[in-house]
Design a protein around this ligand. Structure first.
Ligand SMILES: C[C@@](CO)(OP(=O)(O)O)[C@H](O)COP(=O)(O)OP(=O)(O)OC[C@H]1O[C@@H](n2ccc(N)nc2=O)[C@H](O)[C@@H]1O
Ligand SMILES: Nc1ncnc2c1ncn2[C@@H]1O[C@H](COP(=O)(O)OP(=O)(O)O)[C@@H](O)[C@H]1O
Length: 289
């Protein structure tokens, strides 16, 4: 028996950090949404009781460092499953990019194994389990659009954002999330307008959404990696309505409404940047099927 799960990337439309917590994590307020750039996870029953990861991407670990492996191990242990599983990851999301590729693979593995092993768990239960793997995994279990609080695991669902194109451009560097949080200085930091972003989504107001894109982690990553600021500038020059770095970076995304402008920005950026994608926000939670 085998089955497939889609594991879409996320972008952060707004990302604020409120304070550093005693446990070392940061208390955040983020508006996140899934986009239609996705890994494909194939789960196949294996008789030997082991978890095997198959990935043909040299940046993706094929042992217990893989977040999909950790998801399977957690379910096996918690629900005393002695069956094995082979997890094939078709990697389409750039790695260490601020797009939550690994977290989404883990979330897809949780959803898929829930079906394969007939565990009967709800998405809320899977999201709870996912929080033990990583801060972004709970959001990725649901997909769609949400406000994420706590260290990222407290999810409030939001409506579908206004329809537009999202152009993603990833410079050839990889960024460590832990390093970016460690370097963040909250004194004198400019904070994004998370409430206004939520209001823009609720009122389906594209211009309000563009006016309120904001990510406090840009204050760390942009000075460290000038190529990120450079791509932001290029996107603006080519005509994006609004531009932001996703998560801890280095991927930059630009928003536009019209196909012709999307095409112009996409073609323009391809000259500077190897990994460029024009995608749609998936927006609603049922788009994972
Ligand atoms: C910045 C964000 C924005 O969505 O995404 P990415 O850039 O990784 O995609 C997330 O907050 C990243 O979530 P995730 O990548 O799951 O983080 P985790 O594995 O839980 O943590 C990695 C490290 O980041 C730091 N960390 C993470 C989340 C948080 N709220 N506070 C933190 O300080 C901790 O040092 C932790 O050891
Ligand atoms: N399934 C996976 N896909 C990608 N990276 C993974 C995976 N599992 C573990 N990793 C590790 O997690 C790190 C961060 O990867 P990723 O989730 O792609 O980025 P980000 O946290 O920036 O969104 C990678 O450098 C890689 O070593």
């Amino acid at each position: 028996m085998k089955l497939m799960e889609k594991a879409p990337a996320k972008i952060n439309l707004a990302l604020d950090v409120l304070f550093k917590r005693p446990d070392g994590y940061h208390e955040v307020e983020m508006v996140m949404t899934t986009v239609d750039l996705a890994d494909r996870i194939e789960l196949k029953e294996a008789g030997n009781g082991r978890i095997q990861i198959i990935s043909h991407n040299r940046f993706v670990p094929d042992d217990n460092r893989n977040l999909a492996y950790q998801a399977a191990a957690l379910l096996k242990e918690r629900y005393r499953i002695n069956k094995g599983v082979s997890i094939s990851i078709e990697k389409n999301i750039p790695v260490a990019a601020g797009l939550a590729g690994g977290s989404s693979d883990a979330a897809a593995t949780l959803r898929g194994l829930n079906r394969l092993w007939h565990l009967g768990l709800s998405l809320d239960e899977l999201a709870d389990i996912g929080a033990a793997i990583g801060s972004d995994v709970s959001f990725c279990v649901y997909g769609g659009t949400a406000l994420a609080k706590g260290r990222g695991e407290k999810i409030t669902h939001l409506p579908v954002p206004p329809k537009c194109w999202v152009i993603l451009a990833k410079p050839t560097i990889g960024v460590s999330t832990a390093d970016v949080y460690k370097r963040l200085k909250l004194e004198n930091a400019g904070h994004p307008y998370v409430k206004e972003m939520i209001s823009a989504i609720i009122h389906n107001d594209y211009h309000q959404l563009c006016g309120n894109l904001g990510n406090i982690l840009e204050q760390v990553t942009l000075p460290l990696y000038p190529e990120v600021a450079n791509i932001k500038e290029q996107m603006k020059t080519f005509g994006a309505d609004a531009v932001l770095m996703s998560g801890s970076g280095p991927t930059v995304f630009g928003l536009v409404e019209h196909d012709s402008r999307m095409q112009r920005i996409y073609n323009g950026l391809r000259g500077f940047c190897h990994q460029v994608y024009a995608v749609r926000m998936l927006g609603d939670r049922n788009s994972l099927e």
